[in-house]
Design a protein around this ligand. Structure first.
Ligand SMILES: *[C@@H]1O[C@H](CO)[C@@H](O)[C@H](O)[C@H]1NC(C)=O
Ligand SMILES: *[C@@H]1O[C@H](CO)[C@@H](O)[C@H](O)[C@H]1NC(C)=O
Ligand SMILES: *[C@@H]1O[C@H](CO)[C@@H](O)[C@H](O)[C@H]1NC(C)=O
Length: 369
């Protein structure tokens, strides 16, 4: 009991409150997934994450090429999940090309999208993109459908009022060293950059809503009181539309430090805009050891670069889906390999194409500039 009290005071938690034998949740019970298995590092101390993005299911359902593309995307997901055997997977937005869907059955495309994760038994979660908000589909509808299909989905929605209209997909997933640990060593953050159309004439703002800033602050405060200082945890963030700071990064790109395709020039609509600064400032202020912020949206780019202003690395995904615009680029994923549960240890990342080709390998650590 003394040891527990000492530990609690070190962690800055509820030092003077005795631990109840059961019932009443303490701040130390901060686990958004009480009924699901904990996501953990492997016994060897590594954790591998595979990121799909821009699948764009459901294009031209009245034609044959759209459904054929979807079958090719399913095959790609099966192949890559089978080969890579990740500990966790992410789909980073634009799951569906909502402009082409029918009101009555749009979400059934989600069934096809989650099937490969169920077959491979890989836990996963998603962000939604601008094509996932259209008159016949919304982010919320996609998330509810996904949650109803499989326990492997860790996707959640922020409380009402957080994320703005049409932007519910803000949440975090804890990753533990061992399944019995009280405190995670890594937090996966997911943000909703909204975008798309509410009706045929009314668009949805395409940046993370300013209300997410206060939510980040209160969530990180809860984490500190439950688990101790934020410096004890690593982090990585996913958001479909790149933050506004991606634009100036492209202007100064060095192809040795930032290997990978750079074929989409970032203009209006390619990134969020300066309205994302409330969110961006709160993320960088409250989340230390942030290894990278990862986005899709621009299918022709898959480089990483460090933003020296906030001292944070931004990375593009790799366009995975056979749907969505392309100029003949190979399809693939971005992998992240956490080499140690140490929250400051370097993270390896690379692009894996469908045929197994590996490209643009780098290590994100303090030497990465
Ligand atoms: C939306 O769904 C309705 C009902 O299926 C359909 O008539 C319409 O063409 C779809 N697309 C758009 C953009 O409204
Ligand atoms: C959705 O319904 C439309 C007609 O209402 C049909 O043409 C289409 O094949 C259906 N799509 C799916 C994915 O079930
Ligand atoms: C930023 O948000 C304001 C208010 O929502 C809007 O009027 C303005 O156009 C936005 N800026 C950009 C660049 O979209």
């Amino acid at each position: 009991m003394l040891a527990i009290a000492v530990l609690a005071s070190i962690l800055g938690g509820v030092a003077s409150t005795p631990l109840p034998s059961s019932g009443s949740p303490l701040a130390t019970d901060l686990n958004p997934y009480p009924t699901k298995p904990r996501i953990t590092f492997k016994e060897d101390g590594t954790f591998k994450l595979t990121v799909f993005s821009d699948l764009h299911f459901g294009e031209n359902p009245w034609d044959s090429w759209g459904p054929e593309h979807d079958q090719s995307s399913v095959k790609l997901m099966n192949t890559i999940l089978g080969d890579e055997k990740p500990d966790y997977a992410v789909i980073n937005g634009d799951l569906i090309t909502g402009e082409n869907t029918f009101k009555e059955n749009a979400t059934t495309l989600i069934d096809q999208i989650v099937a490969p994760f169920i077959n491979a038994n890989v836990p996963f979660s998603t962000t939604q993109g601008n094509h996932d908000n259209q008159p016949n589909i919304t982010h919320e509808e996609e998330i509810l459908r996904e949650q109803s299909l499989t326990e492997l989905s860790y996707t959640r929605m922020a409380p009402p009022g957080v994320g703005g209209d049409h932007g519910p997909g803000n949440y975090w997933v804890p990753v533990y060293r061992n399944a019995y640990d009280q405190s995670p060593v890594l937090i996966l953050w997911f943000f909703d950059s909204r975008g798309g159309w509410k009706t045929s004439t009314e668009f949805v703002p395409d940046w993370v809503d300013a209300s997410v800033a206060g939510w980040i602050q209160s969530e990180t405060q809860s984490m500190e009181s439950a688990w101790g200082p934020a410096s004890q945890r690593g982090a990585v963030a996913f958001v479909h539309i790149p933050p506004d700071i991606a634009k100036p990064l492209q202007d100064n790109l060095d192809s040795t430090k930032s290997p990978g395709d750079n074929e989409d020039v970032l203009g209006d609509g390619s990134t969020q805009n300066p309205n994302d600064s409330t969110f961006w400032d709160a993320l960088n202020l409250n989340v230390p050891n942030l290894h990278a912020v990862i986005s899709g949206h621009d299918h022709g780019n898959n480089w990483c670069a460090r933003d020296t202003n906030k001292n944070v690395v931004f990375c593009f995904n790799k366009h995975s889906g056979y749907g969505g615009y392309t100029r003949g680029w190979a399809h693939g994923v971005r992998n992240l390999l956490f080499t140690s549960p140490d929250p400051t240890a370097g993270v390896k990342t690379w692009i894996r194409e469908e045929d197994g080709t590996v490209k643009a390998s780098i290590t994100l650590d303090s030497n990465y500039v």
